[in-house]
Design a protein around this ligand. Structure first.
Ligand SMILES: *[C@@H]1O[C@H](CO)[C@@H](O)[C@H](O)[C@H]1NC(C)=O
Ligand SMILES: *[C@@H]1O[C@H](CO)[C@@H](O)[C@H](O)[C@H]1NC(C)=O
Ligand SMILES: CC(=O)N[C@H]1CO[C@H](CO)[C@@H](O)[C@@H]1O
Length: 396
């Protein structure tokens, strides 16, 4: 929530303020009565309410849960669409930093850009994912991008996005995204370069017996194959050799594990301050939205995948999480509850512990048996040259 509104809510909820009418006393009493809200981003009382959801079709079941943890604002967003078309499911976790608007923007638009692309229609899901990731940065520019981000709740370049965005946004726009080609719009923010806040994106598309994982950032997708955990994505931390090389070539540096001493991940959607080298393509900037694409043949031994943001992986390893989920699945069949237990397990009992203070999101997708094994004729024939028994990472 915008801090201005937090102040107001706090103010309105305080009985003491009812008797006070002097404006200068407002900020004093807000500070006095709501010190946590007024002074920082960490709440002293953990906010552990969760948003949870379940769904299933003939091939899979999913559950997800999202929890605010100890942070003052929830910056994660997610997308779960079981049937984006007759044979395809889409799941994405978007973990925002510096604000929630970019994560929400991705949750709203990324899957639609995948579905709209020529490559997707031609059966090349991997390329359509790459293009959709890069497209997010393009769409967030200019008057239209500015307005959309403002509506989604960030302050953009000093304007109060919530207020100005609501006034400016034509309401009818929300319904016609499917046919929308995101035309250029002239207006007061035509020269907007895009947001300085950003988001990771970790997306899984399941189509018949193929799994496509696209990742940019430090969220992670893991598969359980007969109880063995395999990473299906690579955490894009600045220290990784391939990231480091790109960062230095593009003129950035790494200090204390962070790009230019500030950003602790090397790929993200948004963060345009790290993407403004005019001589380089989007893929070669200090920070890039360009995802790794991993294509996996699903087997009968494949039990489930998990997509989760770094808050989970800071607390459990891939194998530990797979073990935990398998244990829970023996007792609990509602997948969102399994996710909730993981989140509870990862929520640190106090701030002193260090880990677990993040906002957290986890999606669990379980394959129903037997897997559909006949892929349609137009199915992708390229790209998958991996060892059939082990879903290794593509290291491109
Ligand atoms: C998954 O990736 C993490 C982070 O790079 C690594 O520490 C871990 O060993 C990997 N786990 C598996 C099962 O590959
Ligand atoms: C990062 O550091 C490089 C080298 O000092 C500098 O040229 C660049 O402007 C910095 N970028 C940001 C966004 O801080
Ligand atoms: C899961 C997670 O870590 N999400 C984000 C929660 O909010 C903070 C503060 O902005 C981010 O740094 C985290 O990445």
């Amino acid at each position: 929530m915008n801090s201005v509104w937090q102040h107001y809510l706090c103010f309105l909820h305080s009985p003491l303020t009812l008797s006070l009418s002097l404006v200068p006393t407002i900020s004093f009493f807000t500070l006095f009565l709501c010190p946590d809200i007024a002074m920082g981003t960490t709440l002293s009382i953990p906010k552990t309410e969760k948003f949870s959801e379940d769904g299933e079709n003939d091939n899979l079941r999913y559950g997800l849960s999202s929890m605010q943890g100890w942070r003052a604002t929830m910056e994660d967003a997610h997308a779960a669409h079981l049937d984006v078309d007759s044979s395809t499911s889409f799941f994405g976790v978007y973990d925002g930093h510096g604000g929630k608007a970019v994560a929400k923007f991705c949750a709203k638009h990324l899957h639609q850009q995948v579905l709209k692309s020529e490559e997707y229609i031609a059966g090349d899901v991997g390329t359509s994912l790459t293009k959709a990731f890069l497209r997010m940065d393009e769409m967030m520019r200019g008057q239209r991008g500015w307005r959309e981000l403002a509506v989604l709740g960030d302050k953009v370049k000093g304007f109060n996005g919530i207020i100005e965005g609501l006034i400016r946004s034509p309401r009818s726009n929300d319904n016609k995204d499917q046919s929308d080609d995101w035309a250029f719009e002239k207006g007061p923010h035509s020269d907007f370069d895009g947001p300085n806040s950003g988001s990771t994106a970790c997306v899984a598309i399941i189509r018949n017996n193929l799994l496509f994982v696209a990742n940019a950032g430090d969220s992670r997708c893991v598969i359980s194959r007969n109880g063995q955990a395999y990473n299906l994505s690579r955490d894009h931390k600045p220290e990784l050799v391939i990231e480091k090389e790109r960062i230095y070539k593009a003129g950035g540096f790494i200090h204390a594990g962070r790009i230019n001493g500030s950003l602790n991940l090397a790929r993200a959607i948004g963060d345009v301050d790290f993407k403004n080298n005019r001589f380089l393509s989007a893929e070669k900037q200090v920070v890039t939205a360009n995802p790794d694409i991993n294509i996996v043949d699903l087997h009968d031994e494949d039990e489930f995948i998990v997509i989760a943001c770094d808050g989970i992986w800071d607390c459990l390893s891939s194998q530990q999480l797979v073990d935990f989920v398998r244990q829970e699945l023996l007792l609990e069949t509602k997948l969102s509850e399994v996710c909730e237990r993981v989140l509870d397990r990862c929520l640190a009992p106090s701030l002193a512990v260090g880990d677990g203070c993040d906002n957290m999101t986890m999606i669990l997708v379980q394959f129903k048996k037997p897997l559909q094994t006949s892929a349609p004729a137009q199915e992708q024939s390229s790209s998958n040259e991996q060892d059939a028994s082990e879903p290794t990472l593509e290291n491109s």
